[in-house]
Design a protein around this ligand. Structure first.
Ligand code: F6R
Length: 369
């Protein structure tokens, strides 16, 4: 049932191109516009929404953090992202014009369920992004956009995450398309780009051997740090989470701009730092900033592991290890930049002799608070 792979996690990482393609299937029409026929929320409600609030836990929360960049950019609707376990014990401000998006692979996460119940009690409309047909979270939501990752068996979420991202982009682009913003042309271009992205994920998977080798060489390290900016920041958080849960190593993700506000004190000789570099095209100021961050940490002895677009030559002099990813629109980059981090964590866990599919102390679906 592992289809020739040693672990379900490896199989599920390999299934990502298909999971991404399946999640897009039937949702883009021949004119290249999004249809989302399965989204049962009336367009009147979607047009009137004045705030989006995303609630989720763990990896799904990281998908939500990335979604915020896309939603605010393409729709100009303010978007908040909150850990479900925090949200429900605050006194969040919600009303009938709030669109709450609950993201959950299993559809059974208790904290996320409680958060959405709380939101509906306040009159908000709840859209679930979920991978499990007929599970509790979609049943209790106003509408559901299913991800089509197929069953995810390994405890560490991989293909579900990529499809959650796809679903979030679909929601953001659909809202943008529906409400009409100045980004109409960009939205059309990104929709076209989305249909190519599963192929790009495939290409990333074909070049992972050096990443595995690198991971094995770091098996005796105490700590690994992850840095990113913009959508690369949640990717850094996700890379760190994967490493904690699988390799049982200390790992932390930071926004690169925060370095000088504290984390740079952690940089010492030979500490591995993974840096997710935004595209040099588009928002090039972000790219220049992160290149100087890489210089700063390297000058303090860090071993830099740089994830950068093909053709980005500016990072080459400062990268001890360079991992190339295909060129994508800035906001879509997490679909390709996350993949090497999953492979990295999986291989490091294996090198440390850990049980990859069943990490200690963790359950696939957290149905208690
Ligand atoms: C991490 C992981 C967890 C889940 C979290 C939410 O690899 O799997 O952090 O993402 O428990 O689970 P769902 O998405 O089922 O609500």
């Amino acid at each position: 049932e592992k289809g020739g792979y040693d672990y379900f996690m490896l199989k599920e990482i390999a299934e990502q191109p298909k999971a991404v393609a399946d999640t897009l299937l039937g949702r883009i029409n021949v004119e290249g516009a999004l249809t989302l026929d399965d989204l049962r929320i009336p367009s009147r409600v979607l047009r009137a929404a004045d705030k989006v609030v995303i609630v989720a836990c763990g990896t799904a929360f990281h998908a939500g953090l990335i979604a915020k960049y896309a939603i605010e950019h393409w729709t100009r609707i303010p978007c908040e992202v909150e850990l479900a376990s925090e949200f429900r014990y605050r006194d969040p401000i919600l009303n009938t014009r709030t669109l709450v998006v609950a993201i959950s692979q299993s559809g059974e996460t208790m904290d996320t369920l409680m958060a959405l119940r709380h939101a509906r009690d306040q009159g908000a409309t709840v859209l679930a992004i979920c991978n499990t047909n007929g599970s509790t979270i979609p049943r209790e939501s106003d509408a559901v956009l299913y991800t089509h990752a197929g069953p995810e068996v390994a405890v560490a979420s991989t293909k579900a995450f990529l499809t959650q991202l796809v679903a979030c982009y679909l929601v953001a682009l659909y809202l943008g398309q529906l409400r009409g913003t100045k980004y109409g042309d960009e939205i059309r271009a990104v929709i076209r780009e989305l249909s190519r992205v599963s192929h790009e994920v495939e290409r990333v998977l074909e070049t992972m051997e050096p990443v595995r080798e690198l991971a094995r060489s770091l098996a005796d390290k105490k700590t690994v740090l992850f840095l990113g900016r913009h959508v690369g920041y949640p990717v850094a958080l996700e890379g760190a989470l994967k490493l904690k849960e699988l390799a049982y190593m200390h790992a932390e993700g930071f926004a690169a701009g925060e370095l000088k506000h504290g984390p740079i004190a952690l940089i010492e000789e030979d500490v591995p730092v993974v840096v997710v570099v935004p595209s040099p095209r588009g928002r090039s100021v972000l790219h220049d900033k992160i290149v100087s961050n890489i210089q700063e940490i390297r000058a303090r002895g860090a071993r830099t592991i740089v994830i950068a677009e093909e053709g980005d030559e500016a990072v080459v002099p400062y990268a001890d290890h360079l991992i190339r990813i295909p060129v994508t629109p800035t906001l879509l980059q997490p679909l390709v930049s996350t993949v090497p981090l999953q492979v990295f964590a999986c291989e490091l866990a294996t090198a440390r002799g850990n049980e990859v599919d069943q990490p200690r102390n963790l359950a696939k679906s957290v149905t208690v608070e």
